[in-house]
Design a protein around this ligand. Structure first.
Ligand code: HEC
Ligand code: CU
Length: 472
């Protein structure tokens, strides 16, 4: 789609800016009237359909909350959330709307975050405009040019870790004429979790970067918890009703083979876009993608939502339930529904082969170390400590002319190896935050610190991999 700017149209007042766009040879003009504040919903609920016949200016307020919740019964995990839930709040707008987006990072949070909405036409999908430190709020706006169901997610480094901790959700951009009416709408999103502890092991378990890199998830879940959509939490419908489910996949790594046992999708809005497929059994949802499934329920009973990569469903949690009540419909389905078949089988999880670690070649001079360290810095440190090493006041301490850094090289090595938590004073200012453990090799730590020591007025210390190894 090509956007023509500078085209002026008369007859609009106040917020009624019109945005002309070209699709093939057809010019599309959105008339925009009034303004409103978007009502967001927690999963599995979806906001009411939009019944405006015009575009408007919509304010979206989304708050980031880092919080510890149950990932399974007796198992705690610290999720990073958009709106306090996994997936994040459902956002519903209309094609042509001008969205004024407010991203708030709760002051009790430890880390900076941002948002990349796949519904945005613009750099980073908003990520470049929304890097938000704890206790800050950022704002940007975008026009919803393309209707569809889109994923949004955090894109702060390490991106995989932010997504892996639950930072994703869906935004629906309704087409101008809306979607066909249905009786029920639901919101389900898949995502996998990489915990230090094994599936179901009781206690608190932190994120495992090692398992995430190998794509060996302990949990594959719908809506963030084992059992979030089963038993009393199951989705509900009555015989004869039509159901639409917006299904997203946050990843961070896996592709979902979404299937509902005992149901055929009458319609699938493939990849959340305009393509309408019919009579589908299983539909693929890429990581960072979405789909919309629509079907009529004909017979009462439990219908099981699964990722049809079935070990994930029966052994890792990717299992939900749609409970349909009403009269038996014998001609359509006769006979007993037996839930037992669908209970976990307790089969042992196959031991995965261990990936071999291939070490990068060692730097053979101080200059080469600095050059490589610069890349490590850009990929791992820059989002927080900033490209110029100045940090961000009261959130991220400076590395430039840092008295803390320059005082003791071994302590700095340990900070990069292990991360840092709790109060620390740098150049007279107090920081009480958290630097995550980054999982870098000895070589990478040596290179990045040599680069940092060589930059921004620091003391020029060279750090070797041997020195780093001694601090492990
Ligand atoms: C997610 C944000 C984040 C990332 C990424 C990050 N840091 Fe930090 N870093 C912090 C915070 C926050 C602190 C202070 C922690 C505290 O308050 O206890 C800190 C402290 C430090 C310190 C000690 C204080 C100072 O300013 O001298 C050093 C050294 C440091 N970081 C180096 C690095 C290096 C090198 C990298 C990349 C390999 C890196 N950090 C990546 C957030 C980050
Ligand atoms: Cu984040």
């Amino acid at each position: 789609m090509i956007i023509i700017s500078g085209l002026s149209l008369s007859g609009c007042q106040n917020h009624n800016r019109t945005d002309p766009s070209v699709e093939g040879m057809k010019v599309k003009v959105y008339k925009r009237e009034g303004s409103e504040i978007a009502t967001l919903t927690a999963p599995p609920n979806v906001p009411e359909p939009i019944n405006r016949d015009h575009a408007t200016t919509v304010t979206v307020e989304l708050e980031i909350i880092e919080k510890t919740m149950a990932i399974a019964e007796g198992v705690e995990y610290t999720f990073w959330t958009f709106g306090g839930t996994v997936p994040g709040s459902f956002i519903r707008i209309r094609e042509g709307d001008l969205v004024e987006f407010h991203l708030k990072n709760h002051p009790d949070n430890k880390l900076p975050h941002n948002i990349d909405l796949h519904s945005v036409n613009g750099p980073g999908g908003g990520a470049t405009s929304t890097f938000t430190a704890p206790g800050h709020e950022t704002t940007f706006s975008f026009t919803a040019l393309n209707p569809g169901t889109y994923v949004y997610h955090c894109a702060t480094a390490p991106v995989g870790m932010h997504i892996g901790n639950g930072m994703y959700g869906l935004i629906l951009v309704e087409p101008e004429n809306g979607l066909p009416e249905v009786d029920r709408e639901y919101y389900v999103m898949q995502g996998e979790f990489y915990t230090k502890g094994t599936f179901g092991q009781p206690g608190f378990h932190p994120f495992s970067m090692e398992k995430a890199l190998k794509e060996e998830a302990e949990y594959v879940l719908f809506n963030g918890t084992v059992g979030s959509l089963t038993e009393e939490h199951s989705l509900k419908a009555e015989v004869g009703e039509t159901v639409r489910i917006y299904v997203g996949n946050g990843g961070p790594n896996y592709v979902s083979s979404f299937h509902i046992i005992g149901e055929i999708f009458d319609n699938v809005r493939v990849e959340g876009g305009d393509l309408l497929n019919h009579n589908v059994q299983t539909t693929l949802i890429p990581s960072g993608g979405a789909t919309v499934v629509e079907f009529k329920v004909e017979a009462p009973g439990n219908y099981i939502l699964v990722d049809h990569s079935v070990f994930r469903a029966f052994n890792k949690g990717a299992l939900g339930m749609l409970t349909v009540e009403g009269d038996e419909n014998k001609p359509i389905y006769s006979g007993q529904i037996n839930d037992q078949v669908y209970l976990p089988e307790g089969a042992a999880i196959a031991t995965p082969e261990t990936a071999e670690v291939v070490a990068p070649p060692a730097a053979d001079s101080r200059d080469q170390r600095i050059l490589r360290g610069k890349t490590v810095f850009a990929q791992n440190c820059q989002t927080c400590h900033q490209a110029n090493g100045q940090g961000i006041a009261s959130a991220f301490p400076p590395l430039a002319k840092s008295d803390y850094l320059n005082a003791e090289v071994n302590r700095s090595i340990r900070v990069v190896l292990n991360g840092l938590e709790g109060p620390v004073t740098v150049n007279g200012a107090l920081y009480n935050s958290l630097m995550p453990k980054l999982n870098l090799s000895d070589e990478q730590v040596a290179n990045v610190l040599t680069f940092v020591y060589d930059s921004w007025g620091n003391n020029g210390t060279e750090v070797t991999p041997q020195q780093v190894a001694a601090q492990r």
